[in-house]
Design a protein around this ligand. Structure first.
Ligand code: GDD
Ligand code: MN
Length: 384
């Protein structure tokens, strides 16, 4: 018995991979989507930049069609720095980063893009700021002395600075010159304090972390120049603007109100406009019977609401093809019951000593919350 324990411990000591993984000093989390061509060049750069440190590269790939994850796993066969988290059926930069950080045990973690745009030679300064400089968070910044955005066009530069200004509403007084940065490092202890409050929405994980952290963070900055991509193209599209606004909204609202409910209610208001226009057209213009006009207007408004919600409120869970038909049917059902609830509640309140419009508002509120909760769970709730 004791001899086999001794054997195991000798085995452990003799295994360089175990030794190296035992005390990782720095984990570098690399979110990837279609970055196959960039993986090897980036690893070469990291190997040079982090020489002498015990580090690991945690790639978090969202099942890229170009086979990024497969390549990373292949490289891991011979390179013990490399690890792969392969997420299936999910997309989203922020959540990928969160999983990458959670998937490592290192005390210090840096996050870097997988396309070479961030300057990996600054990782060592980031690590030192965390491990010796007392920083809780260290941010790679393009907007400080020695940093630059590289060759961005004026629209992108303007958008970035506008988004930066907006973020100050949720940063709780922390001064960060580049809160939009995807290049930063954090002490695990600090990350853990924020992780349960993170929204995880969209691209802006750094804003999310600072907004979600209970208390003050000691933040250091490291200036760098944003480079051009090595291969491939950016995944940032117009949707990131919406996702960013959603994140800001979520951070401003009390925890029990989901930001999506606000969007859903906004879409509901457009439905009211559609409904009234339709009703006026059918009943007033074409002199169709009121109840037929009203029923048609309701159906049309539900349909437009469904499609707007599908491409806006639930763009991340968008239904397509055959699922679209099933989704629409369930949405009709949910909203039909919601209308019954609306009328029932309004009637009950109306029978109390109160005003008619309070009764109506109570009905609309209950109906909206019902519609949101049910369609959130049924129409857009099923796994893809
Ligand atoms: N796992 C995963 N899932 N990775 C993703 C996803 C996703 O849904 N979307 C993008 N990525 C990866 C990319 O493969 C890349 O490695 C990194 O995240 C950054 O994505 P890019 O598409 O290259 O973003 P960008 O260059 O336009 O934006 C960068 O600069 C912004 C500053 O203006 C990013 O660093 C942003 O985080 C940053 O805010
Ligand atoms: Mn990029």
């Amino acid at each position: 018995m004791s001899s086999s324990v001794a054997e195991i411990s000798t085995l452990n000591r003799a295994n360089p991979a175990t030794e190296r993984r035992g005390h990782i000093q720095l984990a570098v989390v690399i979110p990837t989507f279609n970055e196959r061509l960039n993986v090897e060049p980036l690893l070469e750069r990291l190997t040079i930049a982090l020489r002498g440190l015990r580090w690991e590269a945690v790639f978090v790939d969202d099942d890229s069609p170009d086979g990024t994850a497969q390549l990373v796993r292949k490289l891991a066969e011979t390179n013990s720095h490399v690890r792969c988290i392969h997420r299936i059926g999910r997309r989203g930069l922020s959540r990928a980063v969160i999983e990458g950080i959670q998937g490592s045990c290192a005390e210090y973690v840096c996050v870097i893009d997988g396309d070479g745009q961030h300057d990996e030679t600054k990782l060592r300064d980031m690590y030192l700021a965390l491990s010796e400089g007392g920083a809780d968070l260290v941010v790679g910044t393009r907007y400080a002395d020695g940093g630059s955005v590289g060759d961005w066009d004026s629209t992108r530069a303007w958008m970035s600075s506008f988004a930066t200004r907006l973020s100050s509403t949720v940063l709780r007084g922390h001064k960060i010159s580049d809160p939009m940065s995807g290049f930063f490092g954090i002490r695990r202890e600090s990350f853990e304090k924020a992780v349960r409050n993170l929204s995880g929405e969209g691209y802006k994980i750094l804003v999310d972390i600072v907004a979600s952290f209970p208390g003050r963070l000691n933040i250091h900055e490291v200036a760098y120049t944003f480079r051009n991509r090595m291969h491939g193209e950016s995944k940032l599209d117009s949707a990131v603007v919406l996702e960013y606004l959603l994140l800001l909204l979520e951070k401003r609202l009390p925890k029990f109100i989901p930001a999506r409910l606000i969007l859903f209610a906004g879409v509901g208001a457009t439905g009211l406009v559609v409904h009234m226009l339709m009703l006026a057209l059918l009943h007033k213009q074409f002199l169709i019977d009121f109840s037929v006009s009203q029923a048609t207007a309701t159906l049309v408004a539900m349909t437009t609401n469904f499609f707007i919600n599908n491409s806006f409120t639930y763009r991340d869970k968008r239904l397509k093809g055959a699922k679209l038909i099933g989704g629409l049917a369930s949405f009709y059902l949910v909203c039909g019951l919601g209308a019954v609830a609306n009328v029932g509640v309004a009637q009950a309140v109306f029978e109390q000593p109160t005003t008619w419009w309070l009764a109506a508002i109570a009905g609309v509120l209950v109906g909206t919350i019902w519609n949101f909760a049910m369609s959130n769970a049924i129409t857009w709730g099923r796994k893809k």
